[in-house]
Design a protein around this ligand. Structure first.
Ligand SMILES: Cc1ncc(COP(=O)(O)O)c(C=O)c1O
Length: 454
């Protein structure tokens, strides 16, 4: 709906929406995997918002924990004080993170986690090499998403999310993605010998290793490309290259962390320990804005032995109320064994999604656990994309919404202009029957869309 004087009576005309030409239903409440709008329509939240509502909606225990915390202590500033929920949540996360990742810095979301991770990488080299260290660049990958703040956009490789802000971005090196369905290097796995991982070494050498602070990657690419997992051996090679050149490896687990892929952190699928893990989303599960960077002993020790200063922070870093919510979310996750459920139900989801392969516009189905990406094409054999003007990802998503199912659309992962995909990522509480219901609605929506498009 256009914003104009004529529409001033609209209930939300003073709210700046992401898309001012669109109507946004008002959601009044949620329970389990369902959301309900003001008109009484029920939607299955098939993407947990944006892979956030991992324990489902309306969990009483989390609400109760937040109520108790809010009336006891809702805020302290992290420049002067800390609080028990903050300390306890850091300790709980330490028990979940792999290897020597034993330290936690809290933030309020994924973009803040990315910003903190890249500043932390720079800080590590300032502490270990001195103020005149030349290490500051962060290498990232094409078709990636690391957040909406300008530092995070600077390491984001998803071209449509960069385009409008390009003049405002620090230019960091971008390398090829690990995207086998459409290898940007024109190669095939395994004959390629992981050329996309070797691109990292090329970029480090070409830029001068002494200028590179870190490499950042999503274990399984989320919003920018639609749940794209790497080929076998990819992250093993990445870890080895980072070690060889003394470059820190940042795993952006904002979407994948806290069980989404069937492991508490997706890097555990390959037994790879990064130097820094960025996380958010499922950590607060939508109950509170909460994120963190978890870091290795090596980095924390360098800080302690050096200036002791991480010159960075946000007003809500380590907020007691958000941390109390995070603790209650973790309690729920563990009490109901939801990481295992994500693994088991993930297998069911991928089995059931097989049926979609008969649909003429379904080009690829990929992902892991309860994180499935479906890429849409005009032609399965040539992998030809639909014209962007057809808004195919959006059209399919709308067909789903009409059937009471919400999925997460994305575009532009083919040369930054074309490409349509969507992600299915329901709450980790999902049952077998609920998965069947999601897939039935998806099947019907895709059939309707294919009928209109071909
Ligand atoms: C991998 C990844 N990193 C960072 C972000 C940014 O998180 P937020 O929107 O919480 O700032 C996102 C959000 O989708 C993400 O998927």
């Amino acid at each position: 709906m256009p914003v104009s004087g004529a529409n001033k009576s609209s209930q939300t005309s003073n709210l700046l929406h992401r898309n001012m030409h669109r109507h946004y239903p008002v959601i009044t409440h949620g329970k389990g995997i369902y959301l309900y709008d003001e008109d009484g329509k029920a939607y299955i939240d098939g993407c947990s918002g944006a892979m956030v509502a991992n324990i489902g909606h309306g969990v009483e225990e989390v609400a109760e924990a937040m109520y108790q915390q809010a009336k006891t202590l809702s805020f302290t500033h992290s420049s002067r004080f800390t609080s028990r929920p903050t300390i306890e949540l850091a300790e709980r996360i330490r028990t979940l993170t792999p290897g020597d990742i034993n330290h936690v810095f809290f933030v309020s979301g994924g973009s803040e986690a990315t910003e903190s991770a890249i500043k932390l990488a720079r800080t590590f080299f300032l502490e270990t090499e001195g103020m005149d260290t030349t290490r500051w660049k962060v290498i990232s990958r094409l078709h990636s998403y690391h957040g909406g703040t300008l530092g995070a956009v600077a390491v984001t490789g998803h071209i449509p999310r960069r385009r409008k802000y390009e003049p405002m971005l620090v230019q960091f090196p971008l390398i090829a993605p690990a995207y086998c369905y459409r290898c940007t290097l024109g190669l095939t796995h395994p004959e390629c010998d992981l050329a996309c991982a070797r691109e990292l070494e090329k970029a480090i050498v070409e830029n001068d290793p002494k200028t590179i602070a870190a490499f950042i990657a999503e274990p399984i690419v989320g919003a920018a490309a639609g749940a794209v997992p790497p080929p076998d051996g990819y992250f093993e090679r990445i870890r080895q290259i980072c070690d060889q050149y003394g470059v820190l490896f940042i795993a952006d687990e904002v979407m994948t962390g806290f069980g989404r892929t069937g492991e508490i952190f997706a890097m555990n699928h390959w037994d790879i320990v990064p130097d820094i893990i960025a996380c958010a989303k499922g950590m607060g599960a939508g109950y509170a804005p909460l994120g963190a960077v978890a870091l290795s002993d090596k980095i924390a020790d360098a800080l302690v032995a050096g200036s002791g200063q991480f010159s960075h922070g946000f007003t809500y870093s380590g907020n007691p109320l958000a941390c109390a919510a995070g603790l209650a979310v973790l309690d729920f996750l563990q009490k109901h064994d939801l990481v295992r459920n994500a693994r088991d139900m993930g297998n069911v989801l991928f089995e059931e999604l097989e049926i979609l392969k008969d649909n003429p516009i379904v080009g690829d189905i990929r992902g892991r656990g309860l994180f499935a990406g479906i890429e849409l094409v005009r032609d399965k054999t040539s992998k030809e994309c639909f014209a962007p003007s057809l808004s195919v990802a959006e059209r399919v998503t709308q067909e789903c919404v009409q059937r009471g199912l919400v999925v997460y659309p994305g575009t532009g992962m083919v040369e930054g202009t074309t490409g349509d995909q969507f992600i299915v990522g329901p709450p980790l509480t999902i049952t077998r029957d609920e998965i069947s219901e999601i897939v039935a609605r998806l099947d019907a929506a895709l059939e309707a869309a294919a009928g209109q498009l071909l």
